[in-house]
Design a binder for this molecule. Structure first.
Ligand SMILES: NC(=O)c1ccc[n+]([C@@H]2O[C@H](COP(=O)([O-])OP(=O)(O)OC[C@H]3O[C@@H](n4cnc5c(N)ncnc54)[C@H](O)[C@@H]3O)[C@@H](O)[C@H]2O)c1
Length: 262
C-alpha cells in the first residue's frame, strides 16, 4: 500500500529538478500526478517516462488561465484534484542597488504570485473533491534567513511562508497547507554551469563536487539531494503529517542551526 493511494496531485515546475523527483516519488507511492511547467519538451518526456499515472500540462504559474487549464486537466484526466505542490521557482542574484524593478517583479511573478494563483485556483477543486486535500508550498532557507544578493528571491520566499499560514487558516479543517524550506539542493538552479540544463548529476566518488563545496561550511558539509526534499513533500502530502498545518519544515543540512566553526 502506498502513502498516496487514490490521491491526485498537481506539481508545478515538474519538468526537472526537485519537481520531477517529487512526481516520480508520488507515483511510486500510489498517486496520479499532473506535471506543470513551461519547459514543455522536458515536461512531456518526464510524464511519459513516469507512465500512465502522469500527465503533462503547460503551466506558467504566473498566468491564471494556465492554472485553470491545469486544474481542469487533473479533474478531466483523473477525476479530481486533492493535492498541490507549488514547487516552480526562479532565482537571480544582484545587490539591491543593481537590481532593476523589472527583474525584481519577474521573480515576484513566478515565486509569489504563482504560489498565490495556485492556491486560489486549486482550493475550490480540492473542496469539491470532498476529502482531505493538501497544499505544499516550496519556500526556502532564504525565506527565513538573509542571503546576500537575493533580495527578490528571499522576499518572495518570505511571502510564501506568510501566505502558507493565511491559507492554512482559510482552508482548515479539511485541507492542510504547509511549506518546506530547503537549503542548498543539487538541481539546475544551483548549477550555474548548467542553469538551463535538465540534470545535475551526482559526481562519482572521488571526483570534485563543486556544488557540495559551496555548502561545505554547513553542519552536514554537503549539498542536499532532490530526493531529500521530495521525501519531505511526501510527508506533508500524505497522512503521516495529519496534525500539521500552517507551518514549515526546514531541510537544510543544519544550515539554520548556526555557524559551525570547527
Ligand atoms: N535548488 C536549491 O538550492 C533550492 C533551495 C531552496 C529552495 N528551492 C526552491 O525549490 C523549488 C524547485 O527548484 P529546483 O531546485 O528544482 O530548481 P530548478 O530550476 O531545477 O526547477 C525549477 C522548475 O521551475 C520551472 N519554472 C520556472 N518558471 C516557471 C513558471 N513561470 N511556471 C512554471 N514553471 C516554471 C522551471 O522550468 C524548472 O523546471 C523552487 O521553488 C526553488 O526556489 C531550491
Amino acid at each position: 500500500m502506498g502513502k498516496l493511494d487514490g490521491r491526485v496531485v498537481l506539481i508545478t515546475g515538474a519538468a526537472r529538478g526537485q519537481g520531477v523527483v517529487e512526481a516520480r516519488l508520488f507515483v511510486a507511492e500510489g498517486a496520479r500526478v499532473v506535471l506543470g511547467d513551461i519547459l514543455d519538451e522536458a515536461g512531456k518526456a518526464a510524464a511519459e517516462e513516469i507512465g500512465d499515472a502522469a500527465r503533462y500540462v503547460h503551466l506558467d504559474v504566473s498566468n491564471e488561465d494556465d492554472w485553470k487549464r491545469a486544474v481542469q486537466v487533473a479533474v478531466t484526466e483523473f477525476g479530481k484534484l486533492d493535492g498541490l505542490v507549488n514547487n516552480a521557482g526562479i532565482l537571480a542574484f544582484a545587490p539591491i542597488e543593481e537590481m532593476s524593478a523589472e527583474e525584481y517583479l519577474r521573480i515576484v511573478h513566478v515565486n509569489q504570485l504563482g504560489t498565490f494563483l495556485g492556491m486560489k485556483t486549486a482550493l475550490p477543486a480540492m473542496r469539491a473533491a470532498g476529502g482531505k486535500g493538501t497544499i505544499v508550498n516550496i519556500a526556502s532557507y532564504a525565506g527565513l534567513a538573509g542571503m546576500e544578493g537575493l533580495v527578490a528571491y528571499a522576499s518572495t520566499k518570505g511571502a510564501v511562508l506568510a501566505m502558507t499560514r493565511v491559507a492554512a487558516l482559510e482552508a482548515a479543517p479539511n485541507i492542510r497547507v504547509n511549506a518546506i524550506c530547503p537549503g542548498g539542493v543539487r538541481t539546475p538552479m544551483t548549477n550555474p554551469g548548467d542553469i538551463d540544463g535538465l540534470t545535475s548529476p551526482v559526481p562519482a566518488p572521488g571526483e570534485p563536487d563543486p556544488a557540495s563545496e559551496i555548502f561545505g561550511g554547513i553542519p552536514l558539509a554537503r549539498i542536499g539531494e532532490p530526493d531529500e526534499i521530495a521525501t519531505a513533500a511526501l510527508y506533508l502530502t500524505g497522512g503521516d503529517s495529519s496534525y500539521m498545518t500552517g507551518t514549515h519544515i526546514v531541510v537544510d543540512g543544519g544550515w539554520m542551526a548556526g555557524v559551525k566553526l570547527f
